[in-house]
Ligand binder design. Structure first.
Ligand SMILES: NC(=O)c1ccc[n+]([C@@H]2O[C@H](COP(=O)([O-])OP(=O)(O)OC[C@H]3O[C@@H](n4cnc5c(N)ncnc54)[C@H](OP(=O)(O)O)[C@@H]3O)[C@@H](O)[C@H]2O)c1
Length: 249
């Protein structure tokens, strides 16, 4: 497995951002129906839990929440102990991005014992306020700083830093990750290559949206590769840019 990362190593202006995804051999992270991606092994789920446990917060899109209905909390007592030793609360904050704010309060997610934040637009915040009466709030914090069209992610990330989030895991899906990748805000990719092919032109990939011409695409270096049974665990890190060297291994 890849080495642990130290929470003291970070870019000062924004959280360190790691994408964590399981991917099919043909580069898809979900099937053509955008259903919950449950194709990786228990070893991969433990790997995911390990990376979630290293984060101050995890961020995922509303499509992912609608597909799964739940989030991945930290259940392993050893991982919780390590969080405590690092001075972190037992669970990372689970942040959902939803421009519409259209999420059912009946999702099992809202019963899970985790801190929950909603990243949404002002309209989404208004909508959620009517769904969830103030007496029984489903979210611990609502940040109405998403824009319906183009969000200013760097300033939003600065807000997250000011709120104590220094290590952020991006857990998908492809449309959530797209603006981060497009703005070259991703420091690490943790990809698990899984032994199946999903296909489908509309199936989600790790980075949907506009994309880059190859000539100007951000480059990454391989930090580690681990093969366990039929899966390959890949860890790539952004090569040096703008004076920010990323983390030492
Ligand atoms: N293999 C894996 O490791 C993995 C991990 C996660 C997800 N997945 C798969 O990925 C698929 C879901 O991905 P997806 O691309 O369809 O959906 P997604 O990225 O999870 O969510 C898309 C939704 O999130 C909100 N959103 C995302 N980015 C936003 C932004 N920049 N600004 C405002 N709102 C934003 C919007 O919500 P509203 O519609 O509410 O406005 C949007 O419709 C599922 O198949 C899931 O199983 C796979």
């Amino acid at each position: 497995m890849p080495p642990s990362l130290k929470s003291s190593d970070r870019s000062p202006d924004r959280p360190h951002i790691t994408v964590v995804l399981a991917m099919s051999l043909d580069g898809k992270i979900g099937d053509r129906d955008h259903s919950a991606a449950r194709f990786s092994s228990p070893t991969d789920l433990a790997h995911l839990e390990h990376l979630v446990a290293e984060s101050d917060a995890v961020l995922f899109g509303a499509g992912t929440l609608r597909a799964y209905g739940t989030c991945l909390s930290v259940r392993d007592p050893d991982l919780r102990d390590r969080r405590r030793d690092r001075g972190q609360p037992p669970q990372p904050i689970q942040i959902v991005a939803s421009a519409s704010g259209d999420l059912s309060p009946d999702l099992r997610f809202f019963q899970q014992p985790v801190p929950r934040w909603l990243l949404t637009t002002p309209a989404g915040a208004d909508r959620w306020a009517t769904i969830s009466p103030a007496a029984a709030p489903c979210f611990d914090r609502i940040l109405p700083q998403l824009a319906a069209d183009t969000t200013d992610w760097p300033s939003l990330l600065q807000t997250l830093t000011e709120l104590g989030i220094h290590r952020l895991a991006l857990l998908g899906g492809g449309s959530l990750i797209a603006p981060f990748a497009q703005a070259d805000l991703i420091d690490d990719w943790q990809l698990t290559l899984c032994p199946l092919t999903l296909g489908g032109a509309t199936a989600p990939t790790p980075f949907d949206g506009l994309g880059f011409p190859a000539a100007i695409a951000p480059r990454f270096r391989l930090v580690s590769v681990t093969v366990i049974a039929d899966e390959v665990f890949l860890h790539y890190r952004r090569t040096s840019r703008d004076g920010y060297e990323g983390l030492g291994v």
